[in-house]
Ligand binder design. Structure first.
Ligand code: 4AD
Length: 460
């Protein structure tokens, strides 16, 4: 009777060394070890039960020979996600056999740390691999979805990418700062502001840290931040979140071309770092086996030429009203995506008309209808970066507030940069989730965020 079998550790065995599965040194082979982890897969055979354990650092094949170890009450209740401490001898897998890191644990003892249901509530009934990340049940169960191979690989890769940005900026001598999330100014238009009461005043969640970055280049030199930005987007798309991670930088004493050069260099450095690190490269390979590093230089295309390009297609790519694009039209998400997918390489789309861009953008001195602005478009995703040179003349900026119907008082601290030693400067913001969607070939930015927020969803 299995209920009567009580497992006991054999005290005559050597004391097990506790390890994490990131520890892969040869010296552990032949040693008795203890691993905490959860069951990822179970395979019961006549001679033995095979458990694949994962601990957040790696995976381990565990072999429990049939006998007391497999016939006790706890073992009969093994289920996916049961938390265990497993003890045993770590060995190389026999010639020809395959297992994670080429090793296996010959278990001599285990303890259940936390059980998991094996009935209707079982993990596999809650989270199916083939489900669409758009489905409400997948989103409701995000806390469980994150335990899966793909979702956890995206999160591991995300961390590596974020660190690659930090390393790249440090190499390029950018100083990291941390601007506020609660603000009283808009950056990218009033329609996507989240407002909230703030001690009897109105405040917003920041849409971008740009304005704050612009106020510190004078004392800190080139600066960057990796902070959350918030947008009350009122549509559900593959690439819009209400809360996203924004990599933003601002550079002093530059020209527009310097800005473009820098963005290209940054993206390529980050890609190189991710590929150079065996761990992140492996996650990338798992998620996007066909990934190829983009070739340089990136294509540069002016907005006006993009309009011509859209109209010149055999089947012209139309605007949102179903008409041919004209100068001044916003190139909407669908058209932009089509264009990027046809061209199929990174594009710097530049010189957008003044009317469709933010109030702070510097005009092109050679063509005052357009701004010194850039969107970086990537195949599969479209825009991942938006940047520009900033208006640096005091009077011109005051005019721009008026033209855009923005009361300039709350911006006094921003405007005054133009009074105390102004300079030509520029910067950009990169959506981290969009960058990940591009590099990891994700269908939507939702799977690139730990707990995605978008219209209608703020849980879990
Ligand atoms: O083009 P955007 O609106 O530019 C700015 O916010 C500038 N103030 C940034 C700057 O110059 N410092 O946004 C920049 C990038 C976009 O290219 C996109 O990648 C991302 O932020 N982004 C979003 N990502 C996910 N969900 C949303 N709702 C996003 N809105 C923008």
């Amino acid at each position: 009777d299995s209920k009567k079998i009580v497992l006991k550790q054999d005290e005559s065995l050597p004391k097990a060394e506790r390890i994490k599965l990131s520890q892969k040194d040869e010296g552990l082979i032949g040693k008795r070890v203890k691993v905490f982890g959860r069951i990822h897969r179970i395979r019961v055979q006549k001679a033995a039960t095979f458990l694949e354990i994962k601990d957040g650092y790696g995976k381990l094949q565990c072999i429990l020979p049939a006998g007391d170890l497999t016939r006790n009450h706890d073992a009969l209740l093994f289920a996916q996600e049961t938390a265990l401490a497993v003890y045993g001898l770590l060995k190389r897998v026999p010639e020809g056999a395959e297992a994670p890191d080429g090793r296996e644990l010959h278990v001599d003892y285990f303890e259940v740390v936390g059980g998991a249901p094996s009935d209707l509530e079982a993990f596999s009934n809650k989270v199916s691999k083939d489900q669409d990340p758009w489905e409400a049940s997948m989103l409701d169960n995000r806390h469980l979805v994150l335990r899966g191979d793909n979702a956890s690989a995206v999160m591991k890769l995300r961390e590596a990418i974020e660190l690659a940005f930090v390393d790249s900026y440090r190499e390029m001598e950018f100083t990291k700062v941390s601007p506020p999330a609660m603000v009283q100014t808009q950056v990218e238009g009033g329609s996507t502001l989240f407002g909230f009461p703030y001690y009897g005043e109105e405040a917003y969640l920041t849409q971008s840290s740009q304005l704050y970055l612009e106020t510190v280049i004078q004392s800190l030199g080139n600066v960057y931040c990796i902070e959350k930005s918030f947008r009350a987007e009122k549509s559900l798309t593959r690439r819009h979140l209400s809360e996203y991670t924004h990599v933003e930088a601002e550079m002093d004493f530059i020209e527009f071309d310097d800005l473009l050069e820098h963005i290209e260099e940054l993206i390529c450095r980050v890609v190189d770092k991710v590929l150079a690190n065996p761990t992140s490269a492996a996650y990338l390979k798992l998620l996007n086996p066909g990934f190829q590093k983009p070739s340089r230089p990136f294509m540069r295309m002016r907005y006006a030429d993009a309009i011509d390009w859209l109209n010149a297609q055999e089947e012209p790519i139309l605007n949102e009203e179903g008409k041919p694009h004209v100068f001044g039209d916003d190139i909407a998400e669908a058209a932009e995506r089509k264009m990027t997918d046809i061209i199929n390489r990174p594009i710097f789309l530049t010189h957008f008309p003044v009317e469709i861009k933010a109030f702070y953008m510097q005009k092109d001195p050679k063509d005052l209808r357009v701004t010194e602005s850039v969107d970086v478009l990537m195949p599969g995703v479209g825009e991942i970066v938006g940047g520009s040179m900033r208006m640096f003349d005091y009077e011109e900026l005051i005019e721009a507030y008026k033209k855009n119907d923005i009361g300039h008082e709350p911006y006094y601290w921003y405007t005054e940069q133009r009074k105390y030693g102004t300079s030509p400067h520029g910067g950009y913001g990169l959506g981290l989730e969009r960058f990940i969607a591009w590099i990891a070939n994700q269908h939507t930015v939702r799977t690139c965020s730990l707990y995605p927020r978008f219209m209608g969803r703020a849980k879990p």
